[in-house]
Design a protein around this ligand. Sequence first.
Ligand code: HEM
Length: 109
Amino acid sequence: MDGMSIVKINALTVPSDQRETLEQRFSSRAGVVESSDGFEWFELLRPLEGTDRYLVYTRWRDEESYRAWLEGPMKAAHQGSGGGRPAAGGSEVWTFEVVQQAAPKPKEG
Ligand code: HEM
């Protein structure tokens, strides 16, 4: 990796009776983010312990890549499936810089 990626996490507060709706919306998400320049990773994280907020984890090559997505494709990707009231009652965006990372070593053999 040349240069350090950034992580943008959207922390969603979801009433318990809206969890299923939220997950369904993500199941039928636009799938646009995958094609954005500088996009590196996405995960929808369902809370099990320690918090009841869902986290939308995204990793980007740099801030500019995230901004470009936010100001363009993100809007389209967020207006599709909502219909009625949003499943999330609140959201908060956190920004991190990747300082170190590791992946498992390939097995010998
Ligand atoms: C403003 C509050 C936000 C809410 C309530 C929200 C909620 C949602 C929901 C319900 C979906 C599923 C698709 C849909 O229903 O349209 C979605 C998609 C997504 N959200 Fe958000 N979101 C918000 C802002 C953000 C922000 C700031 C990020 C940046 C980390 C983000 C990252 C994503 C990504 C990557 C997808 C998938 C898009 C794709 O498939 O192309 N969201 N969001």
